[in-house]
Write a protein that binds this ligand. Structure first.
Ligand code: GLN
Ligand code: ZN
Length: 748
């Protein structure tokens, strides 16, 4: 009999109960007991949902108050010195969110997902110490509900260390952690647990080969406990490491068959007869229902090689929302082919029943019928398909090269000053948008109000003395949602929340059909702003890869084609902005780097089409139109050539937090276009002084010729308050003025 397994479940509660509980606790209006009680209650609900669906082996211990990596950091006693005076929840949340003079742990993306984890900081001389009491108590509670079906999830020490910040030798740290893990597995065994999952996603990255000895050593030691281990990988294939990983002394290995080439590896290299294959065939990262015949065909292939298999999602279901049936406002044919966490459980069980030759004909016919209805509802857009098929090299190429078009573009003083686009999103602005959305105010009234904000914003920028202005983005809740809502082919959920980090959830748009632009999306606001000033106002767009990566994408056409479709829509917008008088158009691409595949050998393929998508969106601009882009990150060196190939005239980047490292990388890479090296950190409420900014600017000038440098904050200002923004920008302009005078004096 084929069994079913899960690797983790949605974490926030069906109605984001955990988010609300966390926020009231942080706000001081509920107690720690309330919070912990709610958390336990939610945990039980996730177990019951999986039990009711008929899952045989249910992951427990995946649920968390804030972040599962932080949970293991604390359980292993890896507490940085600055938090050692604190304890319990107090310390936990201080590590997660920072407090007073205690900066939080750094937060970064969990592999190639949009979930963020807290990076463990391992300090020299730290003494790891096992603190497994609450974990073991949770396991016992789960056994009371699930019996032998409960399978504790443990984050492997190798992945934990590989993701952490530490000086020195990973192996030395591993030697310290392994006895704690051996002890933990022993205690789980004593509780009567039947098997344990060790999550080891680092094995799918390019780092894995270097970790071979560490991984082998780890599993040999853990195997000595005698508790069956399921080694769990996800997000990509095992690649060149397939051979030795499948030989590790574990009871089973879970592989992702929705991404990468694990199926090919299995077919060409076989699978050990004595091991269980955890077949991750239901995609835990997208929101589409399975095509039963396609998956069944794959399962049959797997079964021929690894007869001892279990059906499971490809990853934890934390990356999808809870329940698609709640989205009653969506057209039925679309809603019926959506699959969120609850639906995916049903699919997993359905597939196992099918393999077990139970009668699933009716269910299968139903799914096929739903897909047919969806295809009728959502036929390809012939114009879009045609446009995509007839692209030529010229469509990706500006008509003049950078050096030739440079002189034709807007004339500005040395070290031109500007901002990244958004200005403070005050409560009033947010309420205004809500009122409009609810239908409480008319479109005319809404636009009048937006325009008042634009006018005020222009006035302030002129008073501050900036050279290139923006309209302020008051009409946008989110830089992706704003465009998705105006493009054909996008759908929006009401309850489709997924955790981004801690209590923060996002509702990614769903790309379900061919993308097209019925009408201009940003031209009105641009015109309103430009009419109010002699200074150039930047047109402001979000670039294709950011729109694609921050949405749930289609599974029936390639990501490249989806990016190109979005690019074609943006291309029309660029042309319209230009026709409306925009001399400068900024196309933000903050997600370009985070879209990099987990394996380095796949980078060049991705970067090739991702950069092409940006070029397709922007190359239509006349030579005299200056194209800007913005990216808010700092690790740059390894993709600098690709950044240059975007062929933007100006790029603005995060630089202030990286201590000018970015700028050095850019200089070393020989970047020839203009660059706005963010001169201060907008994530902090601190107003930078003129003196600090002069220093920051000088660092820039030491690295690059004056003609290449722009002056701007390192990201949009929407999360800041006007009281912080105005003085900061004034100091920035004053510092720039000082430098200009110095430059003039030396060149005279
Ligand atoms: N133009 C956007 C803004 O200023 C850019 C945001 C971003 O980089 N994430 O808000
Ligand atoms: Zn940014």
């Amino acid at each position: 009999m084929f069994q079913t397994t899960t690797l983790g479940y949605a974490r926030m509660g069906k109605r984001r109960e955990l988010k609300k509980a966390l926020e009231t606790f942080w706000g001081g209006t509920s107690s720690a007991d309330d919070l912990l009680a709610l958390r336990q209650d939610l945990e039980v609900k996730t177990w019951q949902a999986q039990l009711t669906a008929g899952i045989d082996r249910i992951a427990v211990g995946d649920q968390t108050l804030y972040d599962h990596v932080l949970d293991w950091t604390v359980r292993l006693g890896l507490i940085p010195r600055r938090f050692q005076g604190l304890s319990g929840l107090d310390r936990y949340f201080a590590m997660a969110r920072g407090r007073d003079a205690l900066p939080a742990l750094e937060m970064t993306k969990w592999f190639d997902t949009n979930y963020h984890y807290l990076v463990p900081e391992i300090e020299d001389k730290m003494q790891p110490l096992g603190n497994f009491g609450e974990f073991l108590a949770m396991v016992q509670r789960s056994q009371a509900v699930l019996g032998d079906r409960a399978v504790p999830v443990v984050l492997s020490p190798v992945t934990l260390l590989a993701l952490s910040r530490h000086n020195g030798d990973l192996m030395a740290w591993l030697d310290q952690l392994l006895p704690l893990y051996v002890d933990l597995l022993g205690q789980l065994k004593a509780l009567g647990v039947k098997e344990v999952q060790l999550h080891e996603p680092i094995l799918v990255t390019s780092q894995a080969a270097d970790l071979k000895t560490a991984v082998q050593n780890t599993y040999h030691q853990l195997a000595s406990v005698g508790l069956p281990i399921q080694l769990v990988t996800y997000f990509d294939d095992l690649g060149v490491n397939y051979g030795w990983v499948t030989q590790l002394p574990v009871a089973g290995i879970s592989l992702d068959f929705t991404r990468g080439h694990n199926l090919d590896l299995l077919i060409s290299q076989g699978f050990p007869a004595d091991k269980i294959l955890g077949a991750g065939v239901v995609d835990g990262r997208n929101i589409w229902q399975i095509h039963p015949d396609v998956i069944l065909a794959m399962l049959k292939k797997l079964q021929a090689i690894a007869p001892n298999l279990r059906v499971q999602p490809s990853a934890s279901l934390q990356f999808v929302p809870h329940d698609a049936t709640l989205e009653t406002q969506l057209s039925e044919p679309l809603r019926n082919v959506l699959s969120f966490a609850e639906q995916k459980l049903v699919e997993v069980v359905f597939l196992a029943r099918m393999l077990n030759s139970e009668d699933t004909a009716a269910q299968q016919a139903e799914m096929q019928h739903q897909w047919q209805a969806f295809e009728q509802f959502n036929p390809p857009n012939p114009d879009v398909r045609q446009a995509l098929a007839s692209l030529t090299v010229e469509d990706f190429e500006r008509s003049l090269s950078y050096s030739l078009r440079l002189d034709k573009q807007v004339k500005l003083p040395h070290l031109p000053t500007t901002t990244i686009g958004s200005f403070p999103q005050t409560k009033e602005v947010r309420q205004l948008r809500v009122k409009y959305k609810k239908g409480d105010i008319s479109q005319a009234e809404y636009q009048r109000n937006i325009d008042t904000n634009i006018a005020e914003c222009i006035k302030i920028q002129e008073e501050v003395g900036l050279d290139v202005l923006v309209h302020g983005e008051f009409e946008r809740t989110d830089m992706v949602e704003y465009f998705g809502q105006q493009l054909e082919g996008f759908a929006f959920t009401v309850n489709g929340w997924v955790q981004s980090y801690g209590s923060r959830c996002v509702r990614p748009p769903i790309i379900y059909g061919d993308v097209s632009r019925p009408q201009p999306m940003t031209v009105r606001e641009f015109q309103v702003a430009q009419a109010l000033t002699q200074k150039p106002v930047k047109g402001m767009l979000t670039a294709p890869i950011t729109i694609l990566n921050w949405s749930f994408s289609r599974a029936d056409i390639s990501r490249r084609d989806q990016a190109f479709q979005i690019a074609l829509a943006l291309r029309q917008e660029v042309a319209d902005l230009e026709a409306a008088g925009a001399q400068i158009i900024q196309v933000d691409e903050p997600a370009l780097r985070e879209g990099l595949p987990l394996k380095v050998q796949r980078w060049s393929d991705y970067l090739s089409w991702a950069v092409d998508a940006f070029r397709l969106a922007t190359a239509i601009a006349q030579p005299q139109t200056q194209i800007h882009t913005h990216m808010c990150y700092c690790e740059f060196g390894d993709i600098i050539q690709d950044i240059e190939r975007l062929d933007a005239d100006v790029i603005s980047i995060e630089n202030s937090r990286s201590g000018n490292r970015t700028l050095q990388e850019v200089t070393e890479g020989g970047y020839s276009h203009q660059i706005g090296n963010g001169v201060y950190d907008i994530h902090s409420p601190v107003v930078p002084t003129e003196k600090q900014l002069v220093q920051q600017l000088k660092a820039g000038l030491a690295n690059l010729p004056t003609q290449q440098i722009w002056v701007n904050p390192d990201c949009g200002l929407k999360t800041r308050r006007w009281e912080e923004v105005v003085p900061s920008l004034k100091h920035m302009v004053a510092a720039t003025q000082k430098l200009r005078e110095e430059i003039d004096a030396t060149t005279r």
